[in-house]
Design a protein around this ligand. Sequence first.
Ligand code: ZN
Length: 191
Amino acid sequence: MTHDEVLDIYQKTGALLTGHFLLSSGLHSERYLQSALVLQQPDIATRLCAALAEHFRNFEIEAVIAPALGGVFVSHETARALGVRALFAERVNGELTLRRGFTIKPGERLLVVEDVITTGKSTRETIEVVKKAGGVAVAAASLVDRSGGKAELGVPYKSLVTLEVPSYTALECPLCKAGSTPIKPGSRGLK
Ligand SMILES: [Zn+2]
């Protein structure tokens, strides 16, 4: 699946918006990404994650793991394509943790996935969860890389689309300077 095909899917499902947005980080941006709007279509989720999984055919992946909640469907569908288990880690008092009886065997080879990587923080935290449990995080992946290729994860990383999305402080924001007011669409979940 090409970069343009994936972007087209994001645009057609209304998941990639252009405007003037106030991100949860407090920064302003012209782009707003809501992967849940793409992933709410199961057939599309299956296709995108199958395309992502293709890059890891030779990595001997034994399970896929994602940080909840955004990554859960990506973990599930990527694991389906690879024929392995799909796990997720969730936050307990702010810290990502394996719960619900999920276990990782010593030396087990995991692929860490997300819907969108912005700074890579959640992915790095998930890699730590895998290590703490005795597993090996062999690679990471996301449908969209919003970091413009700048996220440093310490493992091989692949995304279907790389987006360079500039964000600005309120003082520097060219859209504010032009007189427009940013909106905060939905609740949290802005990437
Ligand atoms: Zn602004």
